[in-house]
Write a new protein. Structure first.
Length: 335
């Protein structure tokens, strides 16, 4: 079973986790994208969907009717989100040009939908936004294995990485009806060049159990219209068990932190406190997640995996719509 666990080990070590882009927290957390196989090259396709309905104030969940009765939002053109779904398809490639070094490229395509309510004429009116979709922000990164206990099939290793999230996604998409810019977190991209950093630790406890842990940090820089997403940081740990020759199961625990966004020129209504969807004061979070998963090994150097992320604890500086759950599925091949 030890050989089977190396599919998981290489996935954990060779590719720097993709940093989040413009999607708030629902589009900003790491998915465990990785590579597999015993060669120098790998390809991976991931699909992730985040469903958002919960509205959190501090650490308490608020009923939607309670939120809509809040005087802050019961003003002309006040906006409260009802439901949001954010999908992301990511094609990732990793290449190892030399011992200990890996170069990674992640190309996302995003698709965002939202139903929201607007206060007009003394009443709430519900409508569906146009779907926002397109190429997201590409991440180019590299990592280096600074420690391994042995050169061949190491049981313990530490890898560090750095890269940049590039502004390849559109960040000024407008609504077909109003011609106004859609919400910043709904845009396919952030319009900014963001540095990303990571560190990963792997420990094969025995032939059946593998422990991994990683830390990630992304620095949010001003975008094309001077909008700035807050810095994000995450800590993740996962224990994998080789249940069968062709299947691994895992359980992960994740911590995510996001600083508040800033819209100094009010290009995305970031200074308008009656808009729960846009006001920068309603951004930022600290959250803890549980992530059970299963991975199948159908062929040599191939993996198929599914993971579900469920929030255990969420705290916001003020009030915000947060993710109810996230599902990630992927397939990868290495050679």
């Amino acid at each position: 079973m030890q050989t089977k666990l190396y599919a998981v080990i290489l996935s954990a070590l060779l590719l720097v986790p993709s940093a989040s882009s413009a999607g708030g927290f629902c589009c900003q957390m790491p998915t465990g994208v990785g590579t597999t196989g015993s060669g120098n090259t790998s390809l991976r396709l991931d699909y992730a969907v985040s469903h958002m309905e919960r509205i959190i104030s501090g650490s308490a969940e608020k009923d939607i009717d309670e939120v809509k009765s809040d005087p802050r939002f019961r003003k002309m053109n006040g906006v409260v989100p009802d439901v949001m779904d954010m999908e992301r398809f990511t094609v990732s490639a990793a290449y190892s040009p030399m011992d200990r070094v890996t170069v990674n490229l992640a190309i996302p395509y995003v698709k965002n939908n939202m139903v929201m309510s607007m206060f007009m004429g003394g009443m709430w009116r519900t409508g569906t936004m146009d779907t926002v979709s397109g190429l997201g922000d590409v991440v180019l990164s590299g990592n280096y294995m600074i420690y391994r206990d042995r050169d061949v099939m190491p049981a313990r290793a530490i890898t560090v990485g750095a890269g940049v999230k590039m502004p390849t996604g559109e960040s000024t998409v407008t609504s077909s009806g109003t011609k106004n810019r859609v919400h910043a977190h709904m845009q396919p991209g952030s319009g900014s060049w963001d540095p990303v950093f990571s560190a990963t630790y792997m420990n094969m406890i025995n032939s059946d159990f593998l422990l991994t842990a990683d830390a990630n940090y992304q620095i949010g820089m001003p975008g094309s219209l001077n909008y700035e997403f807050g810095d994000t940081a995450s800590l993740n740990t996962s224990l994998s068990y080789n249940a069968l020759d062709w299947m691994n199961v895992s359980l992960g625990l994740n911590y995510f932190h996001a600083e508040q966004n800033d819209d100094p020129d009010n290009k995305y209504n970031g200074n308008d406190s009656k808009r729960l969807t846009d006001y920068s004061g309603y951004t930022g979070e600290d959250s803890i997640w549980l992530s059970p998963g299963v991975q199948f090994l159908p062929f040599n150097n191939w993996t198929v995996d599914v993971k579900v992320q469920c929030p255990l604890y969420t705290h916001t500086p003020d009030i915000s719509q947060m993710t109810d759950y996230r599902v990630i599925a992927g397939i990868s091949a290495g050679w």
